[in-house]
Structures are given as C-alpha cells and as structure tokens.
Design a protein around this ligand. Structure first.
Ligand SMILES: NC(=O)c1ccc[n+]([C@@H]2O[C@H](COP(=O)([O-])OP(=O)(O)OC[C@H]3O[C@@H](n4cnc5c(N)ncnc54)[C@H](OP(=O)(O)O)[C@@H]3O)[C@@H](O)[C@H]2O)c1
Length: 262
C-alpha cells in the first residue's frame, strides 16, 4: 500500500478518507496536514496520523484546500520534495496555473464528491502529467468507494464540478422545501420525516437502476387527472426545469471563473 498525505483535512478529505477506510485501506498509510483545529480533532477521532514533515514517507499528496489557499499550498508541497506526485481536488484552478509555478511535479486533477464516505462516490479524473502506473493506482483507489470517470479534456472538469461535485447540495436544497411540508404532516417529528425522505430517495435510486427511462418512471407514478399530474403540471407551468438548468449553468460558469481569479 502506498502512503497518502491529505494536504487540507476538511469536508472532502474526510469524506474520501472514510471511503478509503471503509474499503479496507489501512489508516497506517494515511496522513493529514491541516491548520484548522476542528478538522484536526475530527481526523484524530478517525485515528488518522498528523503529518510530521517527513515527505519521503509519502507517495501521493492530495491537495484539498479551498481555491484561495491552493497555489500557496502547492508551493509548500513542491518545496518539500523533488517531483512530488500531487492529486488536486481543488475546483476551478487549471493544471497550467500550478505547473507555471513549478513544473517539476507530477500532476493529476480529481473531483470527488462527499458521497464517497458511503461508497457512493463519483470521481472525475483528468491526467495532466502522471505516469500510467500512478494513474492506474489512483483510479483503482477511487474505484474502491464509487465510480470513476476519466475525462478526455480538462475543460470538462468545470462541467463535472458544477454538475456532480456540487450535485449532492442541489438535492439537499430542494429537499428543504419537501422537509418543511412533511414536518407539518408529521407534527414536527424530524426522525419520521428523515425516515420518509430516506426511503423515498432510496426507492428513487433503485428505480433508476432498474429502468433509466425517466419519462417511463414518471408515468408509473402519475395517472391521468391524478394528484401527481397536478403537481407536475404546476412545476411545468412554473418552468422549474429551466430554473434548475440555469442553476447548473451558473455553477459550471463559476468553476471557470475561479481559475481566472487565482
Ligand atoms: N466539499 C466538497 O464537496 C468538495 C467536492 C469536490 C472538491 N472539493 C474541493 O476540495 C477543496 C477543499 O474543499 P473542502 O470543502 O474540503 O474545504 P475545507 O472544509 O475548508 O477544508 C480545507 C482545510 O484545509 C486547511 N488549509 C488550507 N490551507 C492550508 C495550508 N496551507 N496548510 C494547512 N492547512 C490548510 C483549511 O484550514 P482553514 O479552515 O484554517 O482555512 C481547512 O481545514 C476545495 O478546493 C474544493 O473545491 C470540495
């Protein structure tokens, strides 16, 4: 097993670390470096070791800090070791920005999502300068806790980030309205509401696994002049699909903008 250092130990690092641990990857081979006390505590709880500064122990460094901190963190890593192998989780910032600072680095971009912690990750990879064997290793690693999609153009990272990286939050956001209405029906019983939402979404996800034709799935629920049809008609009149599509477009645009900001 190779040693992996998470440079930045926040939300996404913790999700991926949990995915790795669930898949049997040994915590002995995982290190973290993070300045934030609350994240340090969370990683200590998972019994992940703090990086002591011996970079020669490390095979791959995962760069997982916010875009505003990314180029500085990259400089820090590149100053510790000759030709480090860096996997960047950072949204927006393109490989050429990093390699302009120091090109003596093997670089790969990866975009996972927080569902990695439940073995339901979806990770996009774009290989900038990793050797084939290293690329294969990283791909195998992410496959342990979800799906991996290899992108043919780096520009598609922006699409993936806006659509899939941010994806879980869109559904949580929409569910907030649903939760509010369910709470009224369940006399404020949050556990009951959470159970209803869980079963409903698991049912939705299983249905798609059996039949990926969304129109057919809708037809199975909506009968002529029924309640579902009334709800769907109202959605359609309010042009919800256009609103949703515009949100997705904004997220993709934002990913493109980030690269120009740093
Ligand atoms: N969250 C997601 O779902 C997701 C999904 C895919 C990709 N990403 C990408 O992953 C990156 C990290 O996102 P996140 O949500 O995990 O961020 P986060 O929760 O803020 O975690 C980043 C951590 O890195 C620390 N840090 C920053 N610079 C550092 C440095 N030079 N040395 C030591 N520690 C440092 C931060 O400390 P401070 O708090 O003190 O700044 C923070 O604890 C982002 O670029 C994002 O685009 C996120």
């Amino acid at each position: 097993m190779k040693n992996i250092l998470f440079y930045g130990g926040g939300n996404i690092a913790q999700s991926v670390i949990e995915g790795l641990l669930n898949s049997g990857f040994s915590k002995k081979n995982i290190y973290f470096h993070d300045r934030n006390l609350s994240n340090q505590k969370k990683l200590n709880k998972l019994k992940i070791k703090k990086f002591t500064g011996n970079i020669n122990e490390i095979n791959f460094v995962i760069l997982c800090v916010k875009p505003k901190d990314a180029l500085n963190a990259y400089k820090e890593i590149a100053s510790m070791k000759n030709n480090p192998k860096i996997v960047s989780f950072v949204a927006g910032i393109k490989s050429k920005k990093y390699l302009k600072i120091n090109k003596n680095v093997s670089f790969l971009r990866a975009m996972p999502n927080t569902s990695s912690r439940f073995d339901l990750g979806i990770t996009a990879l774009f290989n900038c300068s990793f050797q084939k064997t290293d690329m294969a290793y990283i791909k195998g690693l992410f496959k342990k806790f979800g799906r991996v999609i290899e992108l043919d153009y780096e520009s598609k990272m922006d699409q993936f980030t806006g659509l899939v990286g941010s994806g879980p939050a869109y559904f949580f956001y929409l569910l907030k309205t649903y939760e509010k209405e369910l709470l009224k029906m369940c006399n404020g019983n949050k556990d009951e509401v959470a159970a209803i939402m869980t079963n409903l979404l698991e049912g939705v996800s299983k249905s798609i696994q059996v039949n990926d034709n969304l129109d057919e799935l809708i037809k199975m629920v909506a009968s002529k002049k029924g309640t579902t049809e009334a709800g769907l008609k109202s959605f359609s009149t309010s042009n919800i699909n256009k609103i949703f599509k515009n949100g997705l477009k904004k997220a993709i645009e934002r990913s493109k903008e980030i690269s120009n900001e740093y």
